[in-house]
Design a protein around this ligand. Structure first.
Ligand code: ZN
Length: 108
């Protein structure tokens, strides 16, 4: 029987940790979105004097969110009212609701 030959080298070079495959440039990382978000923030400050969660008023971990999600046909860069600031918690809740709605829509 043929023993499988194993590389017998001692002190092999350390296994290189392969760089993670580069994800397709996410929309939310794009320069366009960053610019839109910055402009939206400035406009929000101009209108109401600050930026806070549109649901609960928190200023913690704010994210700018599409009122109509892009995957539901919303514009990438909607007019001011088409995007709202959410705190992390409210954003997660909204995202979950949208996902649920999408799933139940698909079941019909
Ligand atoms: Zn909130």
């Amino acid at each position: 029987m043929a023993l499988k030959r194993l590389p017998g080298r001692i002190g092999r070079p350390p296994v290189r940790v392969a760089a993670l495959p580069k994800k397709a440039e996410s929309f939310y990382q794009s320069a366009e979105w960053r610019a839109y978000r910055a402009a939206h923030k400035a406009e929000t400050v101009r209108r109401q004097g600050g930026v806070w969660c549109s649901v609960c008023g928190s200023r913690h971990k704010l994210v700018l969110d599409h009122v109509v999600e892009r995957r539901d046909g919303g514009a990438d860069f909607p007019p001011h009212e088409g995007a709202k600031w959410y705190c992390g918690g409210c954003h997660n809740a909204k995202t979950a609701r949208a996902r649920l709605a999408r799933v139940s829509e698909a079941k019909r």
